[in-house]
Write a new protein. Structure first.
Length: 359
């Protein structure tokens, strides 16, 4: 084990001991906010320390086995114990490195999903609709709730744009690598010659901000417009100025919300989406700086980057960032995304481990 990693683990052992001492202090226990903060930190550190204690125990066992192997009569047994112990150490070291990886503070947050049709006209809108159904089915498989915030239907179906809020455990951690350009290759239903067309849609996945005020939005920098909602929604929604448009002047970000009957609800939803978009813009700018320093395959935040191709004639889906091709397009379009999302998380984790090993 590298000395830098061992030092990090030793500091966590000391920190856990300090937290345990604090939890025995009546003054700490009587302050509920401080008590919750300490117990939360203790719960995060404890599994790492327990694993490190196991690692150190096996190191001692190996030392004892080496002494045993020095005895000619016990050599074979001692060497077997050494081999088994070293194999356990290698596995434990990898587990410890994973536990030491920096955690994304957004992983457990609810998420805004935005899908927009790109090049390809009506076919791109249909593809955007297919992608939205794919993510909706994935959400159902994970027992997440999907709430449409805003939608702009396509002329022949699908969506020109759709924005949804997804609520559940670990939503962002599973969907955060879906942002980018998605391309489809297939024969459209309107194609009479049987020619394959290529269309595209853009997906943006953004963690919901804890509190709009945390993004420090100055209300004077936001223009608020109200207007009558268009499209489906019934007579009531079309007779009142219930739709809301927010324009953040410094960034040019525009958010429209017109799905609810209540102007108040639409305005509240629009502010939440605006806060998420501003936060997302800040995050992508930071990621772009980091990506310039190290060539990261995943999570660059570049919306224009083509990340995945769905080829229907060949029945395949290819993620270009990790060169993964799966010949199960029907299952994937029905929301079976676990293999794809799992591979992306594993690749990201491998990048982090590589960075940790060179630190």
């Amino acid at each position: 084990m590298k000395e830098s990693i061992r030092n990090k683990l030793a500091s966590l052992v000391e920190r856990l001991a300090e937290l345990d001492r604090q939890l025995e202090d009546p003054a700490v226990v009587n302050n509920m906010d401080n008590y919750r903060k300490i117990t939360r930190e203790s719960a995060e550190i404890s599994p790492v320390v327990a694993l490190y204690n196991e690692y150190q125990r096996i190191e001692k066992d190996i030392v004892a086995a080496e002494e045993m192997a020095a005895d000619p009569e016990m050599r074979a047994f001692g060497e077997d114990e050494i081999r088994a112990g070293k194999a356990k150490l290698d596995a434990l070291e990898l587990d410890l490195q994973k536990l030491l990886l920096p955690k994304d503070p957004n992983d457990e947050k609810n998420t805004f999903l935005e899908i927009r049709g790109g090049t390809g006209g009506d076919e791109s809108a249909l593809f955007a609709g297919d992608l939205f159904r794919m993510y909706t089915r994935f959400a159902e498989r994970n027992h997440w709730q999907v709430e449409i915030i805003s939608e702009s239907p396509g002329e022949v179906g699908g969506y020109k744009e759709v924005i949804a809020r997804i609520v559940g455990v670990g939503v962002y951690s599973r969907l955060k690598f879906e942002s980018g350009g998605h391309r489809v290759q297939r024969v459209p239903e309107t194609e009479t010659q049987g020619r394959i067309h290529t269309s595209a849609a853009t997906v943006a996945v953004m963690p919901e901000a804890d509190d709009a005020t945390a993004i420090a939005i100055n209300p004077s920098e936001v223009r608020v417009d109200t207007f009558r909602a268009s499209g489906a929604g019934g007579q009531h929604i079309n007779k009142t100025d219930s739709a809301v448009r927010l324009t953040h002047i410094p960034t040019g970000i525009v958010v429209e919300c017109q799905d609810g009957r209540s102007q108040h609800k639409n305005k509240e939803q629009a502010w939440r989406v605006l806060a998420a978009r501003i936060k997302d813009k800040q995050t992508r700018e930071q990621q772009a700086k980091e990506a310039a320093e190290r060539k990261s395959l995943i999570g660059s935040g570049d919306r224009s980057e083509r990340i995945r191709t769905y080829n229907f004639p060949q029945g395949r889906v290819t993620d270009h960032r990790i060169n993964l091709t799966l010949y199960k397009i029907d299952f994937i379009m029905d929301g079976d995304l676990s293999e794809l999302t799992g591979a992306l998380v594993a690749e990201h984790q491998a990048e982090q481990l590589a960075a940790l090993s060179t630190a």
